[in-house]
Design a protein around this ligand. Structure first.
Ligand code: PEP
Length: 255
């Protein structure tokens, strides 16, 4: 299975600096694609703020890297249209060039009070629009300290996945909340155990044991090779280290 290396820019990236950095990434990707056969490259996905999707889509097209670098949204509303000021429909993300969308990121769960039911509705909306949702799940530090990490994460997975979720149309990102933006990571053994537990939950819930499961949380160029080599890890969701092309590409190369 080709690894998926996804960058979550969060609320970062102002024009024109964002465009310059994205162009740097396209140059790295273009050089690598020229050298390698497509199958040897990981899938590269960038999830910028929604206002940057269309200019990034145009830059990908201008560089003729459509099959090499893809774009995703960071969130979507469950509805297709309506009176939801400030929200963005999955269909709009698709119109702007996205093929994927992150749903249930812990920052959305914390900052916007998103519950599992809301995340499930967003995941279904992504499928309705023909996008691949990247479902983020992960335990808080107190859940982990209490020994509840596997049950908390299994609950999030079961609540969000529904009929129609397949290995081809859905991705999961295991992101321990305490590892996001902190520089702390679980041990490779802990990552392997959680990924195995998630895979079993996915298999029971929707019968898709080959669904991609990414690891996310303080992935950097210097720890990427170790984390990406863990059994059951099919790629990474990268926050801070996706903002500079050289770091993000360093992670992609480690896969
Ligand atoms: C994230 O927010 O999805 C994330 C993994 O962030 P970071 O890599 O900065 O920990």
């Amino acid at each position: 299975m080709r690894p998926l290396i996804a960058g979550n820019w969060k609320m970062n990236g102002r024009l024109p600096a964002a465009m310059k950095e994205f162009d740097r990434l396209l140059r790295e990707a273009g050089r690598a694609a020229a050298k390698a056969k497509d199958a040897a490259l990981p899938e590269i996905l960038v999830c910028p703020p929604a206002v940057l999707l269309a200019p990034f889509r145009d830059a990908i097209a201008a560089a003729d890297l459509g099959g090499v670098v893809a774009l995703g949204g960071q969130d979507c509303h469950a509805a297709e249209a309506g009176a939801h000021t400030g929200d963005i429909a999955a269909e709009m993300l698709r119109d702007a060039g996205a093929t994927h969308v992150i749903v249930g990121h812990s920052e959305r769960r914390a900052d916007h009070g998103e519950k599992n039911a809301t995340v499930a509705a967003k995941l279904a909306a992504a499928h309705r629009a023909g996008l691949v949702p990247i479902l983020c799940v992960g335990e808080t530090l107190s859940q982990r300290d209490a020994g509840h990490a596997p049950t908390a994460v299994a609950r999030q997975v079961r609540a969000a996945l529904g009929a129609g979720c397949t290995a081809a149309n859905t991705v999961i990102a295991y992101e321990p909340v305490w590892a996001i933006g902190t520089g702390r990571t679980p041990t490779p053994e802990d990552v392997a155990a959680m990924h195995l537990a998630i895979r079993r939950t996915v298999e029971k819930a929707v019968g898709a044991p080959r669904m991609r499961i990414l690891y996310g949380g303080s992935v950097k160029p210097d720890n990427a090779a170790t984390l990406l080599a863990v059994a059951g890890v099919n790629g990474a969701l990268v926050g801070g280290a996706s903002l500079l092309a050289k770091d993000f590409w360093g992670i992609a190369k480690a896969s």
